[in-house]
Design a protein around this ligand. Structure first.
Ligand SMILES: [Cu+2]
Length: 156
């Protein structure tokens, strides 16, 4: 009887360690959630994001505008460090059919959402770059980047 008790106690400890291991894994994989707005003043409400190298991030972008979609929509486009933000923005202006993302600029982009019209929220989940440094994000709806709709993701 004493032996049996010892065995079951050992089994319980193994189970506990196993469950702790599982929950630690789940915690490591949960994304950092960044909720921001795209404003009628052509700004992201959050212009600075910090992340650890490779950290999983979800960006939720909400547009509360009362203007029609064709006049005031927003997206979130995170660029590689090698990208020229102005060039990506200018190439994208004619690509309404692709949420104003120029297909030929795909290799300059780490992650992006679709377009959010007024009343909509769009989101994207991605892993932050592994290389520490500053990464620019922009809105490629025509005219918005030029007006200052951009921000910085800092990996450190
Ligand atoms: Cu915008």
């Amino acid at each position: 009887m004493k032996t049996l008790k010892l065995i079951s106690k050992g089994a319980l400890e193994i189970l506990t360690v196993f469950l702790l291991f599982i929950s630690a894994g789940a915690f490591a994989q949960s994304a950092k959630i960044i909720e921001m707005k795209g404003t009628d003043q052509l700004r992201f409400s959050i212009e600075n994001i910090e992340a650890a190298p490779g950290q999983k991030i979800t960006v939720k972008l909400t547009n509360d505008s009362k203007f029609p979609a064709a006049a005031m929509s927003h997206n979130f486009v995170l660029l590689k460090q090698s990208a020229d933000a102005k060039a990506v923005d200018e190439a994208s202006v004619t690509h309404r059919e692709n949420d104003y993302i120029a297909p030929e600029m795909k290799d300059k982009i780490i992650a992006h959402t679709g377009l959010a019209a007024g009343g909509q929220t769009v989101q994207v989940t991605f892993n932050a770059p592994k290389k520490p440094g500053k990464y620019t994000y922009i809105c490629t709806f025509p005219g918005h980047y030029n007006a200052g709709m951009k921000g910085t993701l800092t990996v450190k």
